[in-house]
Design a protein around this ligand. Structure first.
Ligand code: FPP
Length: 255
């Protein structure tokens, strides 16, 4: 199903989302923060379906940051439970829609049950090609860069990498998901304009769209609106407007 008002030649190939505002959504209604996370899961369902319908190739969701480990234990447990629930309940629809589940982050820190649910979904969906759904879990952008540097240094010690010849392309090949293109569009809900340690390397040229909506209120129509906004942007990659030919919402080869 295509969105009639979206330009089909300018659909962002990779959309990344910082899903913020679950707690405030709940607190403003006198509810428990975990009720906000539960409602946030409905937004995840809507946006995953919507992204697939729109024709987005990769959707990355910031589901749990490294910093989130410091939240109260009950909230961490509730968030892990929601992830388990999503993977269990949605896996059939995910398969039917040809979605490949992937994950980036320090997965070794996840509780064993959650980790095996994530790994099971990755394994089950590995041959799907319609859309990649990437969960950033136990993820930090700086941690990802440090992890990449550690592996790179090991390879340098083994003589497999020449430090003098190191370039951005080689460095990027050590990131968690090197085959995933950089996001074209980053959406942040929750009325904040921070990057919050998300995909620090990958968002160098990403268009950013923020909204005052709290994540539980963000559904497919809002995703469409963010893409409409994206389609008005001129991506210049450091060049002049004339050099890029006034291209709006273009995808560029290095993005
Ligand atoms: C931010 O809201 C959101 C999170 C910490 C996690 C995102 C989790 C979900 C959307 C629910 C489950 C998702 C999956 C993929 C199973 P916040 O608590 O920081 O909100 P606040 O800033 O208002 O406190």
């Amino acid at each position: 199903m295509q969105e009639p008002h979206l330009r089909q030649d300018r659909i962002p190939q990779h959309v990344a989302i910082i899903m913020d505002g679950n707690g405030r959504w709940a607190e403003s209604r006198g509810l428990d923060r975990n009720d906000g996370h539960r409602e946030g899961l409905e937004s995840v369902r809507s946006v995953v379906r919507g992204a697939r319908e729109i024709g987005i190739q990769t959707l990355t969701l910031y589901a749990f940051s490294m910093e989130n480990w410091n939240r109260p234990k009950a909230e961490v447990t509730a968030l892990m439970g929601l992830l388990d629930h999503y993977l269990e309940v949605e896996i059939d629809e995910v398969m039917e829609n040809g979605i490949r589940v992937r994950a980036i982050g320090r997965l070794d820190r996840l509780p064993p049950g959650t980790r095996s649910a994530v790994e099971g979904a990755i394994e089950k969906t590995r041959d799907n090609r319609s859309m990649d759904l990437v969960f950033a879990l136990s993820y930090g952008g700086r941690t990802e860069i440090v992890d990449a540097a550690r592996r790179l240094l090991r390879d340098a010690e083994l003589g497999e990498v020449d430090p003098e010849g190191l370039d951005e392309k080689t460095f990027a090949s050590y990131l968690y998901a090197p085959d995933v293109r950089d996001p074209d569009l980053l959406i942040r809900t929750g009325a904040e304009s921070r990057v919050s340690n998300f995909l620090l390397w990958q968002i160098a040229y990403t268009e950013i769209c923020t909204t005052d909506l709290m994540w539980p209120d963000f559904r497919k129509p809002h995703l469409v609106n963010a893409i409409l906004d994206f389609q008005t942007r001129e991506r210049r990659y450091g060049l002049t407007s004339a050099q890029v030919g006034g291209r709006r919402g273009g995808l560029g080869s290095d993005s």
